[in-house]
Every structure is written in C-alpha cells, then in structure tokens.
Design a protein around this ligand. Structure first.
Ligand code: AHR
Length: 662
C-alpha cells in the first residue's frame, strides 16, 4: 500500500512538473533585450578595483594566516601560562617558574625556567584550538634557551597526536649560558587536526626558555616566520587589486594604549611587543580570552604578502583615536605629533631608499627595493569633528612631504545617517582623495542600492567601498550565514560599483577570514579550521568579479536604461583592452529562469563562442561548508555568438559572467 502511494506521489510530482514547465512555456515572456555599447567607454576600471580587506579578527592572523602553531610562545599573554600545561612522565618530578625581566626588555618581558628533579619533565602547548599537523610533513621547532651553570640540560621535543601517540620528535642540547636560538626539524607520521607540542627536559637539570615556536615547513613560498599556504593561495587565486591592512577596528584598539602601532611590528619577532586583540573581549557572546596579537605577521610581512599576490598595499593607520564604540579616547591635538610621524615614517619604510632611516630597516629585513605604496588610510571607522580635526593635521603633513600619496578618509560606520552626511559633506569640501564607505546591511539593501553611485558627483573624491557584506540576519549577528542570497545580492550591488567605476575606485568584502572554532564575527569570506579552508559563495562572487575585471566600463542597457533591478536583472559590462574581450556580468535575482538577448553594438562582425561562468542555486539558504566546499561553485561552459547576438537562458538566482572575444 505504502509503495503504491509513493509511486502515485511520484507520478503526481512528475506530471505537476511537466504541467508547470509547459505552463511556463505558454506564459513565457519574450526574451529581454540588452544592448551593449562597446564603443561608448564610460570609465576606466582602476587596476585596484576589486581587493581584499584583512583584519586580525576571527583568528585571522594569529591562529590563522600566520602559520605559527604555538599559542603564547613567549609567555606574554595576560595569564602567562595560557596555552601551556605542565607535563611529565609517570614518576618524573620538577617545577617551573615564570620570570619577568621588567623594563630591561619591554617587548618581551617574560620567560620560563624549567627544572627537572627526576625524569622527563616540562611543558605542553595546546596551540590555537589544537595544532593541525599533516603526515610526512616537516615542522620547524625553535626556541631561545639558556643553560644554567653546572646543569647541562637536553630538551626532547615531541608532537603528540591522537590518544597520546608521539607522531614526531627531536632533541636539542643548548650549548651556552647566554640566550641563543636553537632549532630542530620534526617529521610527522600522522595527520591530526588537534595535535599538541611537548617540550621536556630529558632528565634532571635546569634551563631557561623563551619564544617556543613551531612552524610548518610548507609556509607560503617556504618562508621562515611565514604564512599558511592554503590560505594565501585562496587570496592569490582572486588576483586582488589591493590589500587593505591591518583592519578594521584593531587599528583603533579598545584604548589608545592597545592601538595598532606598526613600528612595533617590524624587526626580529622576539622584539615585537604583544597587544591584546580588541576582539578578545568585544562580543560577550563570543569571548576569546586567548586572543592576542603577536605581530609575527607585521607590517613588513603585510607588504611582502601584497607583493606576492600582486595587490597594491593599503595600510590604515590610527588617527589618534581609540575605537569610538569602546573608550572613544582621543589624543589631544597638541600631542598628535608622534602619530603623524608614524605615518610619515611608514611611507619612508615602504618607499624610501635603503639609505634612509626607515628604508634601511626594510632593507635589513630583506627587501632593499621599495614596496611602491601609493595610498595610506588615516583612521578606520572614525567619525565626528574630532576625526576631522586630526585628519586635517595628518593630511597637511603627508601632502607637504609626499604630495602624490593618496589618502583614504573614513566616512564612519554607516552608509547613511547624520554621521555619514556630516563627514561626507565635510570631506568633499576639503577635496579628499578617497572616501571609505562601509555597508553591513541586509541583502535587500544591497539589491535596492545597486544604483547608489549613479548620481554621485563625478568630479568629487573617489569612493572606496572599504568594508561590505550582506548580513542574513542582522549586522554582526552570530546567526548570520554566508548564504547564496547574500552572495547574490552582493553581486547585484557590485554591478553598480562597476558601472560607476569612474567614482568607485576600490571595493573589498569584510571580514576576510574566520576560524571555525575561534570566530567572533560572521559572515566572513573564507572559513578555515586547523587543516582545511574553503571559499564561501561570497568568495566565489568576489573572485568572479576580480578575475573578470576588464579595463573600460561600457554601457549595458535595457530600454535605454542601465540594468539595475528591472525584472530582477542587474548587469554591467567592461572591455578588456589587453585581451580584446567583452566581459558581461548579469545577475538574475528573480525566482524565474529568464531568457535574455544580448546585442553587441559598435563592433563589426562577432560570431563564434564565448565563455560563460555561472554561480547559481535555487536554494537561497545554500552555503558552502567544510563538508561541501563546492556546494556553490562556478560552472563554466560555452555560449554561442551569432551575428553579434548572444541568447542566454539564465537560471533563477544566478550570477553569470560572459567573456567574448571581439
Ligand atoms: O569587519 C569587522 C568590523 O566591522 C571592522 O573591524 C570594523 O571596521 C567594522 O565595524
């Protein structure tokens, strides 16, 4: 009986489907006609149009991109033993002591003294939510150590996998009573996502240890103190036009003392003073007590990363103001000098000759050539008259010394409202170079605001859409998802950015990374755990735009109007002068399959085939995940062009990019 019912249901479903599709055919509308005017260039697309926003949020740097596996390697966290546990063999005995050098070394005050009175005694480190270790891979262990007189001690280093199994080991016998760095390479015999590291005295003895570190050998470009290669690869694959760093609110800090100071992030890593990460305490519902900034990924490494992935560097500096959502402390104007000097020195660090004071520091770190920085941001999400007063002093000093340096100015936290209007008006009156606008809004807002820039002043400051992401529930709600609805809405909005590329010069989704067990803010572009990483649907949208940028914006019109929401369509088009291709981006945000006829105007013959890349899902709630990283992924096929015309049937809720050789 049950079987029979199931069969009947199936037949009903099949005939219903047939009925609906037949019905659809009966009522199907004529294909909408789009005209692409290839000989009416409206704007140049900036090479840095589509870029990246990086902030150490969600374990983005420490515990994420920065490949260090040891948490609290120099015992500088508030709780010096956070991340560490005493570890000893059965019947072994010993003790440890945390020592503080005080002002003799402000950047790295603490170290640990280990003493074994019997057998193997020492410490164990849990890593950032465990350590991701791969079979047959090599890991570089290093430590600063100092022997005590009359007590030559040896260290046993062990990687511990599941059920306490040793999956890699090595030994070190320090040979000096002075601080010295020692290294040993371990090879892992297993893949484990939550391994730990044991550092033990081999037998009776005493030793001082500091900067206990473990890096995978396969960092990006195999660099020492390097970055996680799978994460950098995801960025490099996007061919980003710029990289904004280091944030975000951590630029400001909860207090001014906790602000980001680039000078403290360069030079030997053991001299980079740790600071509590602002996201450690920001959200009561997502506390992260072990979240600090080691600055192992510091300004030199940021510039190097930009160079590696071909992105223009865009550093953002503190404007003399702590986060206005937190303490809102400001520096008195008469004491702003050192902050401004930091900005001037940064320009010299990035661009100055190796003979200059700050250029020399860059050269000493291994990069005598300049990093070619052309933009600098002053302030992240700052607002009010306090910001304008400080910004004016920065601008004067920077422009006096570096007239060609372009300055990114904040327009606050929201794309509308009193704060925004006040800043926008004021910054325009001062002829600001670039205004940074942020939008964390729901998908509807993104769909409804794709025409936002159509009426912007063409002669005014350029716009940097510096942080945006559609929020499926509410801004920064922990329930937000990187679902297809949000990604598709962002794509629709981005056609509006591209159409207005004469005004909008740069755009970046935010935040970039999130660790599955250490995040504070969602949605995020890329999710990682200790071993895996995947791009969200939003990532694929960003990548699709950025790898299909083009050089010149041309109109794509329907009924002689820009395509921005009519019948759920959004479209933009560019020409790529280098490859002589037309690049067309079309979003069908409706729930229907829609047929479109695209007519290419302004060229001779165009026949043949083009490439079509489509992102789509009929399920707007669909997300990518570790289990299904490609649930939403681009599908590439070919389209026929006959007599300068392309007929395309576009899936419901789809983003299509066509490349056609002209
Ligand atoms: O991207 C997360 C946060 O959102 C950034 O730190 C801040 O600039 C914005 O409020």
């Amino acid at each position: 009986m049950l079987l029979k019912m199931k069969k009947e249901i199936k037949i009903f479903a099949a005939s219903a489907l047939l009925f609906f599709s037949m019905n659809e055919k009966v009522v199907a509308q004529d294909p909408k006609v789009f005209v692409i005017k290839t000989n009416e260039v409206k704007a140049k697309v900036s090479p840095s149009m589509w870029g990246l926003f990086f902030e150490d949020i969600n374990l983005g740097a420490d515990g994420g991109l920065y490949a260090e596996l040891v948490l609290n390697r120099s015992f500088e966290l508030d709780v010096p033993m956070m991340g560490w546990k005493e570890r000893k063999d059965h019947q072994a005995e010993g003790n440890y002591l945390i020592l503080n050098r005080g002002n003799t070394n402000n950047a790295n005050r603490r170290y640990i003294k280990l003493e074994s009175t019997k057998g193997r005694y020492g410490l164990s480190n849990v890593g950032f939510r465990g350590m991701g270790i791969r079979k047959d891979m090599q890991y570089d262990f290093s430590v600063l150590a100092r022997q005590h007189q009359g007590s030559p001690a040896s260290l046993v280093i062990e990687l511990i996998g599941e059920k306490g199994a040793v999956i890699g080991s090595g030994t070190i016998t320090p040979d000096s009573q002075k601080w010295k760095k020692y290294t040993v390479r371990l090879t892992s015999s297993a893949t484990v996502d939550k391994a730990r590291l044991d550092v033990l005295l081999k037998d009776k003895g005493v030793i001082d240890l500091d900067m206990i570190s473990l890096f995978p050998q396969d960092t990006w470009k195999k660099r020492e103190n390097g970055l996680r290669s799978d994460m950098v690869k995801l960025l490099a694959d996007m061919k980003p036009g710029f990289l904004r760093f280091p944030g975000g609110c951590i630029v400001e800090g909860r207090t001014l003392d906790e602000r980001f100071q680039w000078k403290k992030t360069i030079g030997p890593v053991e001299n980079r003073q740790m600071v509590i990460n602002r996201w450690n305490t920001e959200f009561k519902h997502r506390p992260t007590p072990d979240y600090f900034q080691s600055f192992g990924l510091g300004f030199y490494e940021y510039f190097q990363l930009c160079e590696d992935i071909g992105a223009a560097p865009l550093p953002i500096l503190n404007a003399g103001m702590a986060c206005q959502f937190n303490t809102a402390e400001v520096v008195p104007l008469e004491l702003l000098g050192p902050y401004i000097q930091d900005a001037l020195d940064l320009i010299e660090f990035a661009n100055g000759p190796a003979s200059s004071e700050w250029g020399r520091k860059r050269a000493e770190m291994g990069h005598p050539e300049p990093f070619n920085m052309t933009m600098i941001g002053i302030g992240n999400e700052n607002w009010g008259i306090q910001y304008l007063e400080r910004l004016a002093l920065f601008t004067k000093a920077i422009k006096e010394k570096y007239p060609d340096m372009r300055i990114v100015n904040s327009s606050g936290t929201d794309p509308v409202g009193e704060r925004f209007d006040f800043l926008d008006k004021s910054l325009r009156s001062t002829n600001a170079d670039i205004i940074d606008e942020h939008y964390y809004r729901n998908p509807k807002w993104f769909l409804e605001n794709a025409s936002r820039y159509d009426d912007y002043d063409r002669k005014g400051p350029k716009i940097f859409a510096g942080e945006y992401a559609a929020q499926s529930v509410n801004t920064a709600s922990p329930e937000n998802k990187n679902n297809w609805l949000c990604a598709m809405a962002e794509a629709a909005f981005m056609t509006g950015l591209e159409r207005n590329a004469d005004v909008v010069e740069m755009a970046s989704y935010a935040p970039l990374f999130a660790h599955a067990e250490g995040w504070q803010w969602t949605p995020d572009l890329i999710w990682v755990d200790n071993l895996r990483s995947y791009g969200t649907a939003n990532y694929h949208v960003q990548k699709l735009f950025s790898t299909n940028r083009g050089t010149d914006v041309i109109p794509v019109l329907s009924d002689n109007k820009a395509v921005s929401g009519q019948d759920g369509y959004y479209a933009s088009a560019t020409i790529d002068r280098a490859t002589k291709e037309l690049i067309l981006k079309v979003v069908n945000s409706s729930d229907k399959k829609q047929d479109g006829t695209f007519r290419i105007d302004g060229v001779g013959k165009v026949n043949g085939k083009g490439t079509l890349t489509v992102l789509s899902s009929e399920d707007l709630d669909m997300v990518n995940s570790f289990e299904k990283p490609d649930a939403i992924a681009p599908v590439v096929s070919q389209v026929a062009i006959r007599n300068k015309t392309i007929n395309l049937s576009m899936n419901p809720y789809s983003v299509s990019v066509m490349r056609v050789r002209l």
